[in-house]
Design a protein around this ligand. Sequence first.
Ligand code: MBD
Ligand code: FE
Length: 281
Amino acid sequence: MTDIITEQATAAASGAAATEQFRSKQRAERIDADTKRVDTLVTELLTAAHDILCRHKVTYAEYDALKSWLIQVGEDGEWPLFLDVWLEHVVEEVAGQSREGSIEGPYYVPGAPRLPAEATLPMREDEVGTPLLFQGQVTGVDGVPLSGATVEMWHADDDGYYSQFAPGLPEWNLRGTVIADEQGNFKIHTIQPAPYQIPTDGSCGRLITAAGWHAWRPAHLHLKVSAPGHQLITTQLYFEGGEYVTDDIASAVKPELVLDPTPVADDSGREVTYNFALDTA
Ligand code: MBD
Ligand code: FE
């Protein structure tokens, strides 16, 4: 890396950015849940907690440790991280969007630079990592090509950092909004991301250490694929044989989401084809 890093990535800084990002998006708007549903869900959640406290004879010292940890999660801004790592995968399964779907995670930023159907994601001149060509076609479930479909891609760099959530990276590094051609085809040139370690210096990190877990997600590409009149697919794609593919801290790997890129002819990188079939809205 040629840039001199003057600022360290911290849990609190990436947590604050993720909290800010979440607050600004549509889905975070208040919903008018009816009283009965709130009563049911919260009562069941509390009853499950009461049961655990009783069965394990949780002490006052442990209760206070929990209380202080929960307070710290908020102060670190790590609620988006905690929830997306340990709960979102079940919400996604229940939503059952499609077999192709996966969780969004805390690091999506809307409005990445718009790019033509064949494009290179914004990256530094000396971006480290194996070049990867990710190409494919967006169609409807009926196989009809979706002209001008939008393929948004975002992923970590070779050090496992996401732009806008770690210091020292160009604003839109490794983030782009690719507009497919008339046949729904796209070719995205990027680099293969590295496995991602969730911040270890914040409250989620403390939990992981305290529980003897590891903090890793396998290397992954994030995607949102959409077209007018069709349902958005939010997904992630992983790499065959990669570290943590069978042991993701966020439990978000599905076999159909694992890519197996092949070396390109001159051995200058790898390429893979992956198609998207969107349901009608
Ligand atoms: C990530 O990069 C991610 O994709 C998820 C789901 C949670 C934490 C970090
Ligand atoms: Fe991610």
